[in-house]
Ligand binder design. Structure first.
Ligand code: ATP
Ligand code: MG
Length: 870
């Protein structure tokens, strides 16, 4: 069976049990502050388990893209080394939301594996929760009994809390689980050691394939458990592991999920999989990581320096680094695998095909820049070694290399050992630990239990129609973090406050009771589909009735920026073309930011056209046309734009201004005239193929004009030429140019004098007239000086260095006859020495220059120059 067929078989089986197949949620989390990436199939259904929302149907099944590289589930370091953990993998699941429970879940899992898929029963083991004194829980005898009806007793194994009690996090829904393990070893091996002894012992051929979680408790802040009002089933089966079993191979990497990628890696890197452990690990790491990175980018998460983007960057760098060291890849190559990946996966996940160009460009650019970092890191490491007092390199130095330059620590260790040095690994670990604690302290949040005042169903958002309404507090809890301090999260029965989402910031405002009891709302966010309001202090009487009032000014400005963002999107597609797709958006009350796919810089003329287009729509005074609950497909058919990496329900809200129509949950102006005016304030690159536009509207635009007028007034005053400031500036520039030329001439004269001094310093080394020195000249002066010396002396090798405006410059002159006879090349000299000043350059064999950003490296460059003539 191909992996495609296996996936469909799974769905078909559960469809037969009245389950609805639903799509995978994006792998990158958008509105859950506790998670960066989806790490289990249940993430997208958390809101149902928490009771924040009612599911439309009580039985669903899907294949969820998961990523386990951060937080509670982090398999990154294992990946590639073993054969059955991935960073990104598919989790097949079936769910019951308050519908069936243990009996059906267990029976169906067994039926699917042993009857439908024909897996040998003698290779399967199952576990059940043995109980925990700490939690006052007895063993899950119900699960045990159910298993006993279908599985021989000696294949049912009790399991501890670590393996057999599933928790979403420190708090929240949880419950006992039953795992299904498979033994894929050969008959002989099984005869020697029974599989039962290897279950949950990290054996690569006795692995867990499926986990059936029975959600029946809620873990409270004090660690105690309470029974959930309804009981749920949440199962997760590793798709790649299931393929391994059904395709009769011993490693996930030998299934058709991975073999096409591995063949491609072998071809590109000219290596062979299955011959040498080190190479094999590298090949697996690359085959695995390209999937994680490609799908994250397709989901809208670009590699970056912070948060989720940084995690993605680190995964890609791990792959690059394995290719660099073990497959000898010094040029970008991972991006070339995206084509194979797309061909293989687009049927199940179409986004990988539609976003292919972007994915390829982004990966290639990341590869280029990291390979450059590796090069520079190698030079830095040379410097560290050169300055080392003994043969042991301190952990702090290695950490600096790792932290500041992203240079992988295992590579540092490898190079050091090759050169006969050792690394103080303990010291490094200490530094790493310190850094982890710093960031943990900065982001850790403690949450109290909800104090429930009123039982209530879904909290309705009424903020599209009103900014003021009467509310009651349904529940609240204390939250505390280093960043925000002590706060309360408050939930109302209904709310006019817009929760941060779709790039738009959350509303601020206050709630007030009749007798003046006030609490200020400083932010509003969505957490598992619940709208939570943040306040520093609760009102005195939380059970009272309150008037909830949204800060009108902030909302008015934010709405103007959000509507302008839609018009900007439309303008970009009109002016630049239909390839423009939204890749990120931030709508604040004082400005907006819009990231989109486009292959080149947007020219000033294009920017002007975009700005004009938006302002024309503003002047047309287009009214807002809003459809709140239309079926998704209908909205798309009517021409609405949907975003990649966004999770939409069956019904959506469509927002239209004239020809612009988007699926959007944000708040908007009633008429485009309310935007007043649109000004683009910046255009820049975010990544390969992604541009960013920043802009302002309304009050900020008004302020912009006032400030510009003030600056202009001031310029006129300074120039003392009220009538024609432009003319005054032009004449100042002309004067400046003349002065510059005079300075240049003076500097050249100075260079001529220098020539005599330097001639006296020439050394004779192996018949070469050699000089490497620092001079105080600009780039033109340095060149003149070198050529002038070249005219006067034969067999000359000169390296001149200078520092200008904080940058370093090297110039190398080699007499033509030397360049020929001794195989010396000025271009090569500056390229190699350029590393010491953190830069590069080039030129001809007899004359070349290099610039760099590290003047501190000049002495070393001068010193190393000598080696070329020795
Ligand atoms: P393991 O002990 O093997 O790491 P787990 O206990 O972390 O597994 P669960 O969190 O229960 O696994 O996830 C459900 C299923 O998802 C597992 O039974 C397994 O088949 C699969 N799975 C878990 N982690 C990975 C991974 N990193 N790569 C591939 N499949 C995985
Ligand atoms: Mg695990």
């Amino acid at each position: 069976m191909t992996s495609q067929e296996i996936r469909s078989r799974f769905f078909k089986f559960f469809e037969g049990k009245q389950h609805t197949v639903v799509p995978s949620a994006p792998m990158v989390m958008k509105d859950d502050p506790t998670l960066m990436f989806t790490n289990a199939g249940m993430n997208q259904f958390k809101e149902y388990f928490l009771g924040n929302k009612k599911p439309k149907t009580s039985r669903v099944t899907d294949s969820q893209k998961c990523l386990r590289v951060s937080g509670k589930h982090n398999d990154l370091e294992e990946v590639g080394k073993d054969t059955y953990h991935h960073t990104m993998f598919e989790m097949l699941g079936n769910w019951s939301f308050g519908d069936y429970f243990k009996k059906e879940a267990i029976a169906w899992a067994w039926e699917l594996l042993t009857e439908d898929l024909n897996i040998d029963k003698d290779r399967l083991y199952v576990t059940f929760f043995e109980g925990s004194d700490e939690d006052g829980l007895s063993e899950d005898s119900e699960a045990y009994k159910l298993w006993k009806e279908i599985v021989p007793e000696n294949r049912i194994i009790p399991g501890n809390k670590k393996d057999n009690f599933w928790e979403m996090g420190d708090q929240g829904p949880c419950g006992p689980c039953s795992e299904i393990h498979i033994d894929i070893r050969s008959g002989e091996e099984r005869a020697i050691v029974p599989g039962k002894e290897l279950v949950n012992q990290d054996h690569p051929q006795v692995v867990e394939i499926w986990n059936l979680v029975f959600m029946e408790f809620n873990r409270k802040a004090d660690g105690s458990l309470e029974k959930l009002p309804a009981q749920h089933v949440d199962t997760g089966m590793g798709f790649e592991r299931l393929c391994m079993v059904l395709q009769g191979v011993q490693s996930n990497y030998d299934t058709d999920v991975f073999t096409p990628l591995i063949r491609e890696i072998e071809a590109i890197t000219n290596s062979k999989y299955g011959k040498e452990e080190k190479v094999d690990i590298a090949v697996r790491v690359i085959a695995d990581h390209v999937r994680a990175v490609a799908f994250a980018i397709a989901d809208g998460q670009l590699p970056s320096n912070t948060g989720a983007g940084y995690v993605i960057r680190r995964i890609l760098r791990r792959a690059i680094r394995y290719g660099f060291t073990f497959l000898d890849q010094k040029e970008p190559f991972i991006y070339k695998l995206v084509d194979t990946l797309s061909n293989q996966m687009h049927q199940a996940f179409p986004e990988i095909k539609s976003q292919k160009n972007l994915v390829v460009n982004v990966i290639r650019e990341e590869e280029q820049s990291f390979l450059k970092t590796l090069d520079q890191g190698l030079v830095l490491l040379d410097t560290i070694i050169a300055n080392a007092k003994d043969k042991n390199i301190s952990g702090a130095k290695a950490f600096e290399l790792y932290d500041t330059y992203g240079f992988p620590i295992d590579l540092t260790a490898l190079i050091l050992s090759e050169k006969g040095y050792t690394l103080d690994e303990e010291g490094f670990e200490k530094e790493l630990q310190k850094q982890k604690e710093r960031s943990r302290a900065a982001t850790s949040v403690t949450t109290g239990d909800w104090v429930v005042l009123v039982e209530d169903d879904e909290e309705e958002f009424v903020g599209y129609d009103t900014l003021e309404t009467d509310v009651k507090i349904v529940k609240y809890r204390a939250v505390s973090s280093k960043k925000e301090g002590d706060m309360f999260q408050v939930v109302f029965n209904l709310t006019p406050f817009y929760p941060e989402g779709g790039g738009q910031v959350g509303d601020k405002g206050y709630i007030e009771s009749d007798n003046g009891d006030v609490a200020y709302i400083v932010d509003t966010k969505k957490e598992n589909n619940l709208i939570v309001h943040y306040t520093k202090s609760l009102p005195r009487n939380v059970e009272g009735r309150f008037k909830a009032v949204v800060d009108k000014n902030q909302r008015r400005r934010t709405a103007a920026n959000h509507s302008a963002t839609h018009l900007l999107h439309q303008a970009l597609r009109t002016v630049l073309g239909d390839h423009v797709e939204q890749k990120g958006s931030m709508v604040h009350n004082d400005h907006l930011r819009f990231d989109f796919s486009h292959f080149s810089k947007v020219s000033p003329e294009e920017l002007q056209a975009v700005e004009d287009f938006v302002n024309a729509r503003i002047r047309e005074q287009l009214p807002l046309e809003e459809q709140r609950n239309i079926p998704y497909q209908q909205a798309i058919d009517e021409g609405a734009l949907a975003l990649f990496g966004e999770k939409y329900g069956d019904t959506v809200r469509a927002v239209r201004f004239g020809e612009s129509m988007e699926l959007c949950g944000g708040t908007h102006v009633k008429n485009t005239a309310d935007i007043w005016h649109f000004i683009i304030t910046g255009e820049s690159a975010v990544a390969a193929g992604i541009r960013r536009i920043e802009a302002i509207t309304l009050d900020a635009a008004k302020e912009y004009f006032t400030t510009q007028a003030d600056i202009f007034k001031e310029v006129k005053t300074i120039l003392k030429n009220g009538k024609d400031p432009v003319k005054a500036i032009v004449s100042l520039q002309e004067e400046n140019n003349t002065l510059k030329k005079q300075v240049e001439t003076l500097l050249r004269d100075k260079a001529k004098n220098l020539k005599g001094d330097l001639a006296a310093q020439l050394e004779d080394i192996n018949g070469i007239r050699f000089l490497a020195t620092r001079v105080d000249l600009d780039s033109a002066g340095i060149k003149d000086l070198a050529f002038a010396m070249g005219k006067e002396h034969q067999n000359l090798f000169v390296l001149l260095a200078t520092e200008q405006n904080g940058k370093a410059l090297l110039a190398c002159y080699i007499s033509k006859e030397l360049a020929g006879e001794r195989d010396l090349n000025a271009g090569q000299v500056v390229r190699e020495l350029g590393k010491y000043i953190q830069g590069g350059g080039g030129g001809q064999p007899f004359f070349a220059t290099a610039g760099g950003k590290n003047p501190g490296g000049i002495p070393q460059a001068l010193e190393k120059a000598r080696e070329f003539v020795k």
